[in-house]
Design a protein around this ligand. Structure first.
Ligand code: GLU
Length: 293
């Protein structure tokens, strides 16, 4: 075949494939008939596109962990799937984008993702750049240490042991909160993701890792007995779904979706299938939402 013919043929094939992809009106057999939304809303745009980009974590067992099959799994991933499904988007049309703590606001502001479900604490500083739906879960900051650690018993024991370094993640609320408990800023070691903190604890470069108990429980479970959580929480971390700042219609839509999921048992199932399988995890009740703004 001559090269011009080959090009013409492949253009025709691509066109036919795209027509086939569009032909289902942005929905497919798995997600049922396409829902209809007010024109111009985020919901309408996503439903029409038939696909969605979601920022999540890839290294947090129980909440967002990318497996060998390349697919992330966890409670956050299931929450994202519930929202996508209500938009008429099936699981296979969700593109999960790794969103480490520091880049979550940036990704939303730059429209790299449609929404973020990533152990993402709602707070006023972040609300200057993004909005949140939820909370859909409330965690608390804690410390994880090696199983044979006896000196560190909670955040208050850190100041008296400046040689014991503590690890957290850049751009996270636990990294900010722990600062008030340290002998000096150099006692804190920061990485971009928590799996690197777990590695540093394993190799003895740090003596503790601090973040939400929800994340630490997953890392303890993965450690096969090498790590323990101190079970001494010292903050409240309400997890929200990050959306574009001021998109109140999308926020209300997500609230409706979560409320329905709690009523149908889908919320509880999402938990039980994921984070709920980790030892020490307790089934949550859907918290009272903040108002959308
Ligand atoms: N929930 C906290 C935060 O949003 C810590 C967990 C994380 O870094 O994702 O900063």
């Amino acid at each position: 075949m001559r090269s011009t013919q080959r090009v013409t043929l492949s253009v025709a094939v691509v066109a036919a494939l795209s027509l086939a992809a569009c032909g289902d009106g942005g929905s497919d057999a798995e997600s049922g008939p396409a829902p209809s939304f007010s024109p111009g809303t985020t919901m309408a745009k996503i439903a029409e596109r038939g696909s969605v980009k979601v920022g999540t974590k890839f290294d947090q067992p129980g909440f967002g962990l990318k497996g060998l099959d390349g697919k992330p799994a966890g409670f956050d991933v299931e929450i994202a799937k519930l929202v996508a499904k209500k938009l008429g988007v099936s699981d296979k049309k969700i593109e999960f984008v790794e969103a480490p703590s520091k880049v979550r606001e940036e990704y939303l502001q730059q429209s790299k993702v449609d929404f973020v479900v990533a152990t993402y604490t709602i707070n006023d500083k972040r609300k200057e750049r993004v909005s949140f739906a939820g909370p859909y879960y409330v965690a608390g900051q804690d410390l994880m240490v090696k199983s044979d650690e006896t000196v560190l018993t909670g955040p208050d024991s850190l100041k008296g042991h400046p040689e014991k370094k503590v690890c957290s993640v850049t751009g996270s609320t636990p990294a900010e909160t722990i600062a008030g408990y340290l002998a000096s800023p150099s006692q804190l070691v920061l990485f971009d993701v928590y799996s690197k903190c777990a590695d540093a604890l394993r190799t003895g470069q740090v003596s503790a890792v601090t973040t939400d108990n929800s994340i630490l429980l997953g890392l303890v479970g993965e450690s096969k007995g090498s790590f323990k959580i101190l079970n001494n929480t010292f903050s409240k971390e309400p997890y929200g779904i990050g959306i574009t700042k001021g998109d109140t219609a999308f926020c209300e839509f997500i609230h409706g979706t979560l409320t329905e999921a709690a009523g149908s048992g889908d919320y509880e199932k999402a938990w039980k299938d994921t984070a709920g399988t980790i030892e020490g995890a307790q089934t949550p009740q859907l918290p009272t939402f903040e108002s959308c703004s």
